[in-house]
Design a protein around this ligand. Structure first.
Ligand code: BV8
Ligand code: ZN
Length: 255
């Protein structure tokens, strides 16, 4: 494991570049840290969402059942923030990495699968194609009655909470604590992790499961691990290369 602090880590940036140059199948796992430099608040850490709110008060089905309007005010506020920002160099570097691996791909395998815990659409807006949203998407709404699910990008949503044509409440089509991930999305992510040669983990505290188990699944299958994160995480000791710093600075250096 080569992990030095941000300033004196040219060696580990070059080590990471060497690893990337050797592989043809990569899985990327991102968290809120990859969108932080765009201005989207993360969950933990300074200025994070969980500083002002408690996750169990907002990101659970019980919270929604108790006070759908409060939960919707939080998601409406986050939708407005996400709509007002742009992808940052970290998102763009990951889109560029996908394009390069695709250009060099010979076998029909997907050279890069981007698995994100984020519910924003900044990876797609930066040009990433193969994006798996483990925890859903903030721009999709699902009816709690008839189950209909669609994109609704109106900012702000009005009225709150929004109601379906069938009369039932609409909810954000995201995965809350205590809820299962979409089986097909999770299976696709696990399949990609088991088949990859390298897993690149960017901007996640690696605390929330089962998402945080993906890097271990890839390591178990013989993949190498590069971590790009501002702070150390439980994954850091297991990384072949750990780059500590801002994703928007470090990821472009990897290309
Ligand atoms: C499930 C979507 C079972 C919504 C999210 C005890 C009690 C209750 C539950 C549990 C428990 N123990 C375990 C659980 C399970 C629970 C869990 O893991 N809890 C944790 C807290 C212990 N998991 C679940 O409930 C999951 N479901 O288990 O279901 C089940 C099974 C079958 C059938 C029925 C049920 C569902 C979890 C999904 C929750 N939804 N989000 C929304 O967004 O509103 S979680 C949310 O937080 C994110 O999606 C992400 O997954 C998670 C962690 O956030 P991060 O993305 O990592 O962000 P964070 O702020 O934490 O960290 C940012 C990092 O970036 C930091 O390390 C920082 O240093 C770094 N950084 C910051 N800036 C930068 C940077 N790095 C680089 N550059 C920068 N500029
Ligand atoms: Zn409905």
């Amino acid at each position: 494991m080569i992990g030095l602090s941000a300033e004196c880590q040219p060696s580990s940036v070059s080590a990471a570049r060497r690893l990337l140059a050797e592989v043809s199948r990569v899985v990327v796992l991102t968290g809120a840290g990859v969108s932080e430099e765009s201005g989207v608040p993360t969950f933990r850490g300074p200025g994070g969402l969980w500083r002002q709110f408690r996750p169990e008060d907002l990101a659970t089905p019980e919270a929604f059942g108790r006070d759908p309007r409060l939960v919707w005010e939080w998601y409406n506020w986050r939708r407005e923030k996400i709509a007002a920002v742009e992808p940052n160099p970290a998102h763009r570097a990951l889109a560029e990495l996908e394009a390069r691996l695709k250009a060099g791909a010979t076998a029909p395998v997907r050279p890069l699968t981007l698995v994100t815990q984020n519910v924003d659409d900044l990876h797609e807006r930066a040009g990433s194609r193969a994006v798996l949203h483990l925890h859903g998407e903030i721009w999709r709404l699902r009816c709690t009655g008839c189950g209909r699910e669609d994109y609704d990008r109106r900012v702000p949503l009005d009225p709150l909470p929004p109601v379906c044509a069938c009369g039932s409440l609409l909810r954000p089509a995201v995965v809350w604590f205590g809820e299962a991930l979409a089986p097909d999305t999770w299976d696709a992510a696990v399949g990609a992790a088991q088949a990859c040669e390298l897993v690149l983990v960017v901007g996640t505290s690696a605390l929330v499961y089962p998402a945080a188990s993906l890097p271990a699944i890839a390591l178990q299958a013989g993949a190498r691990l590069i971590e790009v994160n501002r702070d150390p995480t439980p994954l850091t000791p297991r990384a072949d290369v750990s780059l500590q710093g801002k994703a928007g600075d470090l990821l472009p250096q990897l290309l």
